[in-house]
Structure formats: C-alpha cells, structure tokens
Design a protein around this ligand. Structure first.
Ligand code: AMP
Length: 126
C-alpha cells in the first residue's frame, strides 16, 4: 500500500514556516529543531524536508542526496551537542516511532535525538 502524505501535519506546517520552531541545524534537505516537550536535556527532532511519512517511506523513495544529508545531519548534531562516545560524550538515543504500534503521533518522518542524562532501558522485556 502506497503512503499518503497529509500536508496538514504539524511538521509540514513548520517546514512551510506557518508555525515557529527552534532550529538547531538546517540544510537543503533536512531540518533539525528542538522538541517542544523535551524528555531529556537535549531533545532534538530531525526531519527531511521531503514529504515522507516514516522511515520505510523515506528509505524506499528518497534520493541518495536526501538520505545522505539526513544521516550526516544526525551525526553532526550528536557531535555538536558533545554526545558522541568517540569524542568523550556520554552517548545518546535515536528513536523513530513508526505507525500505530510505534505510537507515531506526527505523520512526517522524524528521528528523536535524546541526550544529556542516563535514559534508562528503552523497553521492558515482554
Ligand atoms: P512522535 O510521537 O514520535 O510522533 O513524536 C512527535 C514529537 O513532536 C513529540 O515529542 C512532540 O513533543 C513533538 N512536537 C509536536 N509539536 C511540536 C512543535 N510544534 N515543535 C516541536 N516539537 C513538536
């Protein structure tokens, strides 16, 4: 089943500058901004500027340039906030909630970058 992108989702409105955002990094293909309800000292959302519902959609349909840029921006941010273990950082977590079971609220692909405190185990064993 093909994905249908709803251009009324909140991140589409952010991309159209209809509502404000606290930008962390922006490139031709990618926008990163602070989550409005942070769940860690650093809580940043990274979204492609293209209209992709989730990572599955992005992986299938995005151009190589979009995929490369999106991945590099996430890497650049984790470095910029001092979270990468290779530079002495304490680490971080990437989350991409997807679909119903993944409890995805906003239907535009986004990765959460969470850092700045010990985050605990992600899930309890079944
Ligand atoms: P998810 O449940 O993975 O779809 O996450 C959606 C995230 O978007 C939540 O963490 C919200 O706090 C965040 N969010 C919703 N509206 C805004 C907004 N206007 N600016 C920044 N973050 C937002």
């Amino acid at each position: 089943m093909a994905y249908e992108y709803d251009d009324q989702n909140i991140f589409a409105k952010i991309l159209r500058r209809e509502i404000p955002n606290d930008t962390v990094m922006e490139t031709d293909y990618t926008l990163a901004f602070r989550d409005i309800i942070p769940q860690a000292p650093e809580h940043i959302l990274v979204i492609p500027k293209g209209f992709y519902v989730n990572h599955d959609h992005f992986a299938a349909d995005a151009t190589d340039a979009e995929v490369l840029d999106f991945t590099r921006v996430i890497g650049a941010i984790t470095h910029a906030i001092g979270a990468t273990p290779s530079t002495g950082g304490s680490g971080y977590r990437l989350i991409a909630n997807t679909g119903n079971d993944g409890v995805q609220d906003v239907q535009h692909l986004h990765f959460h970058i969470l850092s700045g405190r010990r985050l605990g185990r992600m899930l309890q064993p079944v």
